[in-house]
Design a protein around this ligand. Structure first.
Ligand SMILES: Nc1ncnc2c1ncn2[C@@H]1O[C@H](COP(=O)(O)OP(=O)(O)OP(=O)(O)O)[C@@H](O)[C@H]1O
Length: 368
């Protein structure tokens, strides 16, 4: 992995083997920035949602002209050289084996799952954050879901703009709504499919360090599909709901019509028979890990390539038995997990099966 002018790193060159990576060091040392760099190897704005324009290294003379992240990695297409970067605050560029490529290609090559401290109380926080987290799990297994979701949001924004302006041509709105319905039903179907697999994976694992969870999706289109409506009928129904909702959506200035943008991920802690949102911070963190690890297992089984796991401060709220459980579960997936923590001792349960790096003021040193 090589970084050029990314966040606090002017230049970094890391040689790694495929085992998990434990990064330890003081606050502000540069641990999360390494995970963020890797998160740009899939489409999107990275794990801090900063986007390509926000990550160039800054010093007293201002931001660097260009930044880049380069990695040689095992992907679904075998060993591939991936490069991403941007120049002069511009759009992000992608290279695959040295050739320019569309960003979307990355989703197909590299399954990736990340967890950050910002998600610690995911189940008690805003609905949209939960859905985003779940959608990312779905993307890791089904890259087409990311494309459908992006396309859906684009059309939804266009329709909303027309409604906000108040003088839209009904035929034009019909066309946009039918496009929204097509992408929306594809999204809902991908989510349901992923949910069933994920739940199966969770159920197959005995209750251990991480709690069993019962998952459901509360969404209008998901409900239609779960009730057995075929895709065509579900699209017609959703398009009709959008048509009926025009006046209300226009008055509200946002899409109140129930569609895949308003779906809720419902999770319960099975053993406690409690809504995940009512669980303690540590229990919520454990539940999030239940989901992420279950998806990692499903992916490793399904695609042959274990996903890259970026777990920022995952150990912070975990007690010693759960930290041991985390090590066991990660090692069982065969994933290269990248873990951060302020102290090396947090990774003790991995023993010799992890590569240690000490991070200190943007210097990264391998340690025995
Ligand atoms: N664009 C940038 N240019 C230069 N330095 C940056 C830039 N963005 C962030 N930094 C700095 O990078 C440093 C490391 O940040 P990072 O989030 O990686 O730390 P960390 O080791 O994960 O810390 P913590 O344990 O507190 O989470 C911070 O001091 C931050 O101010």
């Amino acid at each position: 992995m090589r970084l050029t002018d990314f966040r606090c790193y002017a230049a970094l060159d890391l040689e790694l083997d495929p085992t998990p990576v434990a990064l330890y060091g003081a606050n502000g040392a540069g641990k999360t920035n390494l995970l963020e760099a890797l998160s740009f190897l899939v489409p999107g704005r990275g794990l801090r949602s900063a986007g390509a324009e926000g990550v160039a290294r800054k010093d007293a003379s201002g931001p660097a002209e260009a930044w880049a992240v380069f990695a040689e990695m095992e992907t679904r297409d075998g060993e591939v050289r991936l490069g991403v970067g941007a120049r002069n605050g511009g759009r992000r560029e992608t290279r695959i084996d040295g050739e320019p490529a569309p960003q979307g290609e990355l989703a197909r090559l590299v399954p990736m799952i990340w967890l950050t401290p910002a998600q610690d109380r995911l189940f008690a926080g805003p609905r949209a954050d939960r859905l985003k987290f779940f959608d990312r799990l779905v993307y890791a297994a089904d890259p087409a879901h990311a494309e459908a979701a992006t396309a859906y949001d684009k059309v939804r924004t266009r329709r909303q703009r027309l409604l906000d302006e108040g003088q839209a041509d009904p035929a034009w709105l019909n066309a946009l709504e039918s496009e929204m319905a097509g992408h929306g039903v594809a999204m809902a179907a991908a989510r349901l499919d992923a949910l069933i697999r994920l739940q199966g994976e969770i159920d197959a694992r005995p209750e251990g360090a991480f709690p069993q969870a019962d998952l459901a999706l509360d969404g209008a289109v998901e409900a239609d599909l779960a009730d057995g409506l075929d895709a065509g009928a579900a699209e017609d129904r959703f398009a009709a709901a959008l048509r009926d909702g025009r006046r209300r959506d226009g008055a509200a200035g946002r899409t109140l019509t129930r569609g895949p943008h308003r779906t809720e991920l419902v999770a319960r802690h099975r053993d406690k028979d409690q809504a995940a949102g009512d669980c303690s911070t540590g229990e919520q963190k454990a539940l999030i890990l239940t989901l992420a690890l279950a998806q990692a297992r499903a992916l490793a089984r399904q695609g042959g390539v274990a996903p890259l796991l970026l777990f920022d401060e995952a150990c912070a709220h975990l007690d010693a038995p759960r930290r041991e459980g985390l090590a066991r579960e990660i090692l069982a997936t065969g994933s290269q997990a990248w873990l951060t923590g302020v102290e090396r001792i947090l990774f003790e349960p991995f023993a010799e099966r992890v590569q240690y790096f000490e991070v200190d003021a943007a210097r990264v040193e391998r340690s025995a």
